[in-house]
Design a protein around this ligand. Structure first.
Ligand SMILES: Nc1nc(=O)c2c([nH]1)NC[C@@H]1CN(c3ccc(C(=O)N[C@@H](CCC(=O)O)C(=O)O)cc3)C=[N+]21
Length: 316
């Protein structure tokens, strides 16, 4: 069997085109573009790359980008002041505070300070609670992106055995919630799981978000399964030259590719979809804040829709 690569760059490019059209319509209606503020504390080079890439795509779809880079020594109260200023700004629809934050800053307190209506990461406990109880939440971007990728291959997920490896607040936990809303049968595996290989092998849909390079081996995967690899791990790659690095996922790709029906590559899988869903969330937040009533034809309905809804279709 030839395995299919799930092309996150291609799928997100299609969605970005849809978002750009929604942005034009929003500007025509409200006379201003949607705005996304990104706050980066400290100068971790990897974080800096993501922030730049987010800002570029924000501008590409025609939104306004507000970028705040603060020194690693920034106090919690200074960050909280910036957040309340962004909360008050009419032209800011979405606020993302890049995680992790330096040790002197209480992450939970910062996330709670973001206006839930502008919480485009979906990390505020209000949005987490709305998601858990079936309300109109802003939903975390990475799990949303994974849903779109999984459905691009599988369509309706009803009745499938889905295994999520990892139980973080930002990926594993909301991922399991989205999958169960889509009628999959969901297992969450984690560091306390007794037989993790055997648990993974039950999965028709395996989603791995643990942050351990190449942890999931080929023989952990049921033949014909669909695998979504959320991990982005940078490893030293002396074979490529001195000081060189390469990105690997949480799945041993070369082994998995021989077993799976389809798999996301790293890079070029989940990462680009995360940024696309962030912009989609910003679009959604902008419409809600403008109380336009008319929300854009959003991918989330396709992402979450149950079996009785229209089948999922991909952007061309
Ligand atoms: N509040 C918050 N929200 C986040 O969404 C958030 C965060 N903090 N902190 C850091 C992580 C990381 N993250 C990535 C998003 C896209 C790629 C991405 O597009 N990666 C490319 C490769 C990039 C490369 O080559 O290094 C890819 O996978 O193809 C990577 C990482 C969002 N994060």
């Amino acid at each position: 069997m030839t395995a299919q690569m799930i092309d996150g760059v291609k799928i997100s490019t299609g969605l970005l085109g849809d978002i750009a059209r929604d942005v034009d319509a929003f500007i025509a209606l409200f006379g201003r573009p949607p705005g996304l503020a990104v706050v980066l504390v400290g100068d971790d080079p990897a974080s800096s790359v993501y922030v730049r890439s987010k800002a570029q795509k924000t501008l590409d779809v025609g939104m306004r980008s507000f970028e705040h880079r603060l020194p690693a020594t920034t106090s919690e109260s200074a960050l909280l002041s910036l957040i309340s200023e962004l909360n008050r700004m009419e032209e800011v629809d979405g606020i993302l505070v890049q995680l992790p934050l330096p040790a002197q800053i209480d992450e939970r307190r910062v996330l709670m300070a973001i206006d839930p209506e502008k919480d485009v990461d979906g990390f505020h406990p209000m949005n987490a609670g709305l998601l858990a109880t079936g309300g109109e939440a802003l939903m975390p971007c990475t799990p949303l992106g994974c849903m779109i990728l999984a459905r691009s291959v599988l369509g309706d997920l009803t009745g499938l055995e889905a295994v999520v490896v990892g139980r973080s607040n930002i990926v594993g936990k909301p991922m399991a919630q989205l999958l169960s809303m889509a009628n999959a049968t969901v297992t969450i595996a984690h560091s306390g799981t007794q037989n993790i290989a055997g648990t993974c092998r039950r999965a028709d849909l395996l989603i791995v978000a643990v942050g351990h390079p190449e942890m999931v081996r080929g023989n952990w995967i049921k033949p014909g399964a669909v695998v979504i690899d959320v991990g982005i791990n940078r490893l030293a790659a002396p074979e490529l030259g001195p000081g060189k690095t390469r990105l690997v996922g949480d799945v041993t790709f070369q082994e998995a590719i021989k077993v799976v029906r389809a798999i996301t590559p790293v890079p070029g899988g989940v990462g680009p979809m995360t940024i696309t869903c962030l912009l989609q969330n910003t679009m959604l937040a902008a419409h809600r804040r403008s109380a336009s009533g008319k929300q854009p034809e959003i991918c989330f309905r396709q992402t979450l829709s149950h079996s009785h809804d229209a089948p999922f279709s991909l952007p061309s």
